[in-house]
Design a protein around this ligand. Structure first.
Ligand code: CUA
Length: 333
């Protein structure tokens, strides 16, 4: 009897345990209850509302089930109970209650979707283009960045979400809900960061092999820090770069890196991340590696082992060449 009860308990508790698992610390940025903007709070409110309704229903049904199973269990010597067909009253209730619940949830969802869609006149426009498997950000003043979206605190950001290839999905749970990035279309999305900080995000629509490493980071800066960052990004690389990195720049030219990548004043490829200021980013390979000279050299030597299927090919650089390339890239601040 004790064992049977244990099995029953496990049967009911396992789903709850699995539900709690995403609350663990590493998942916090992706857990929908750490909202930090008006929009995210609105989603968080909806999440808790739907969760509460679902829990009331779940435990209500479980309690009824347990009660019926115990109260009307078979007893020795008892005949089979009389079958009971077509109870109109019961069938009406179990149709009306779920229907009314779903209509109510739909109404609340519409309210959240339509919450706060106005666009401020001073909103910062940023065009965000999804690529397999990285993010391109186009700011005013022809600034192009990748994978780290700097925004000013307290000023609305107006994103024009686009895609260069397949459908992606922009998602930074603490700041904003999910929005599709569809080829040939521009979806407008806004949010206003309220506190400086780093906010993790990810592509949330399966888009191919490296969907899992299509991460982005939103970096919310104080307004003056943002202006400083934008002004620095608008500049070409420092003038001493060419002289200091001749061998690397020769490798860059002879391997036609510039056919895909831009380094202002050196190449203007558009299909891969802009490298003009790659040294100023904190991660590489769309969030997979911290941006350190060692990791950059590893990436140069063998990107296909680090991120299989990525469109960055292996150039079979020697360790020495990989280090020279990494030194060049790290100097592109
Ligand atoms: Cu892009 Cu998944």
């Amino acid at each position: 009897m004790a064992l049977r009860f244990g099995r029953w308990l496990a049967f009911f508790l396992a789903p709850i345990a699995f539900g709690l698992w995403p609350m663990s610390a590493w998942a916090a940025p992706f857990w929908p209850v750490s909202a930090l903007t008006t929009q995210a709070r609105s989603i968080q409110w909806l999440f808790w509302l739907v969760m509460t309704i679902a829990m009331v229903l779940l435990f209500g049904v479980l309690a009824a089930l347990l009660f019926v199973a115990v109260r009307f269990r078979a007893r020795p010597g008892q005949p089979d109970p009389r079958p009971n067909y077509g109870n109109v009253r019961v069938e009406l209730w179990w149709t009306v209650i779920p229907f009314a619940t779903l209509v109510a949830v739909f109404g609340f969802m519409l309210r959240t979707v339509n919450d706060d869609t106005s666009i401020a006149s001073n909103a910062l426009p940023v065009t965000l283009v999804g690529h397999q498997w990285w993010w391109e950000f186009r700011y005013p003043q022809s600034v192009v960045a990748a994978n780290e979206l700097h925004v000013p605190v307290g000023r609305q950001v107006r994103l024009d979400l686009q895609s260069a290839d397949v459908v992606h999905n922009f998602w930074v749970p603490q700041l904003a809900g999910k929005e599709e990035m569809v080829p040939g279309q521009s979806n407008v999305w806004t949010f206003t960061a309220e506190q400086p900080g780093r906010y993790d995000g990810a592509c949330s629509e399966y888009c191919g092999t490296q969907h899992g490493w299509m991460r982005l980071t939103v970096i919310a800066d104080a307004p003056q820090d943002f202006d400083t960052w934008l002004a620095a990004q608008a500049q070409p690389p420092a003038s001493g770069i060419a002289a200091a990195h001749q061998p690397a720049l020769q490798l860059y030219a002879s391997n036609a890196c510039g056919g895909c990548h831009t380094i202002q004043g050196i190449s203007d490829g558009k299909v891969a991340p802009d490298l003009t200021h790659i040294g100023s980013r904190t991660t590489i390979a769309a969030g997979e590696l911290a941006n350190t000279p060692d990791n950059m050299a590893r990436w140069m030597a063998d990107p296909q082992t680090i991120k299989p299927g990525s469109f960055m090919p292996n150039f079979h650089f020697t360790q020495e060449q990989a280090r020279e390339m990494a030194a060049l890239l790290e100097d592109l601040k």
